[in-house]
Design a protein around this ligand. Structure first.
Ligand code: GDP
Ligand code: CA
Length: 333
């Protein structure tokens, strides 16, 4: 059973950890003749940034640390039991920027990655090595960056003098907490990016495709922008089932509402589903969110809060069940 998921950082990682938990504790989660689950995750790299000469991949690292058991649970990103000696020394040196938190253990990841990239190793190969460090293969998980081509999301904001300027997505998100109204997003490198090895096959050859409740604009939306990915989703035989990141019309964490506003989309689960309407087969919305039925879309109402790993497992299990049901119907149709 090949399960493929597109993912950003925290929302994606928590959902997918829940999926692995669900599969581990429910031996009957998959039909008998489907064999073991193989999960391929296509991770967003639009958040990537070079800081202090180090290449940082926040979403991929959140996936690695969360699935590998090394995440700071409270923050949702970065390493557990982290220290900040290097950041303290960099601040004493006056090194910029100082708005991005980097812990010491986390920095080791970035040093290692930057060293390999500098030697010409493609990002997908670097990620495979990091995934081995975090025990992902043993869990049946393959993590792929969406592309090996450097891609960086920028946010166009007012420059305060009647014009506009573009800042890196991380500066907008972390430093300004999305409080500077975004006019639009510009993703440098995306139009000429090629999908990383295995990405299109993972979508085309999947039995089931899941969209975790990742940010629809700056996580899932960026992955969908890699040339070929959206077409692969439209063409795959696998049912595509997604989970809304909004509860009560608001993001559970982060600023997805600000991102949606910037692209002129309402902050509703119905409007988010509309962003995926050309390939979406199933959609999970919270019980409190209104949503009209849409022909060809299986709508499922569930509590969408991932308040614990078990809650995330229940949610992922529900999404998987919808997908498997759609798949059964297709097989008999
Ligand atoms: P990021 O890259 O770290 O911002 O993480 P993602 O893009 O993968 O996920 C961010 C999205 O996850 C946000 O829009 C949140 O609303 C959503 N999210 C976070 N926690 C939950 C949750 O418990 N339930 C649901 N449904 N969405 C969540
Ligand atoms: Ca992110």
């Amino acid at each position: 059973m090949r399960i493929t998921a597109l993912a950003g950082g925290v929302g994606g990682a928590r959902f997918l950890r829940g999926l692995l938990r669900h599969l581990a504790v429910n031996p009957s989660a998959l039909p008998d003749d489907d064999g073991e689950a193989q999960l391929t995750i296509i991770g967003n790299t639009g958040d990537d940034i070079t800081l202090f000469g180090l290449r940082v991949c926040p979403d991929l690292d959140t996936l690695l640390y969360t699935l590998g058991g090394g995440i700071d649970e409270r923050q949702g990103w970065g390493r557990a039991d982290e220290t900040h000696s290097v950041a303290g020394e960099l601040a004493a040196l006056g090194a910029q920027p100082q708005w991005f938190g980097l812990g010491d253990k986390d920095i080791a990841t970035h040093v290692h990655r930057s060293q390999l990239l500098g030697q010409g190793v493609p990002l997908s190969e670097v990620v495979a090595r990091l995934a081995a460090r975090w025990g992902l293969p043993e869990q049946g998980v393959t993590l792929l960056p969406m592309t090996d081509t450097p891609v960086e999301t920028h946010v166009v904001v007012d420059d305060g003098e009647g014009g506009e300027r573009a800042i890196h997505f991380q500066e907008w998100w972390v430093r300004h907490r999305a409080a500077l109204p975004a006019r639009r997003f510009v993703v440098a490198g995306l139009d000429r990016a090629t999908p990383a090895p295995g990405v299109l096959d993972a979508v085309r050859g999947a039995d089931v495709v899941l969209l975790p409740p990742s940010n629809p604009v700056v996580s899932i939306g960026i992955v969908l922008g890699v040339p070929g990915v959206r077409d692969a989703l439209r063409g795959t035989r696998a049912p595509v089932v997604g989970v809304s990141p909004l509860v009560g019309g608001r993001p559970v964490r982060g600023h997805a509402d600000e991102c949606l506003r910037a692209i002129g989309v309402d902050s509703t689960s119905e409007a988010v589903a509309g962003l995926y309407s050309d390939f979406l087969d199933g959609w999970l919305v919270d019980e409190v969110d209104p949503m009209r039925d849409r022909p060809g879309l299986r709508l499922e109402r569930r509590p969408l809060l991932m308040s614990s790993v078990d809650a995330a497992a229940d949610l992922a299990g529900a999404a998987l069940e919808v997908a498997l049901d759609l798949r059964r119907h297709r097989a008999t149709a």
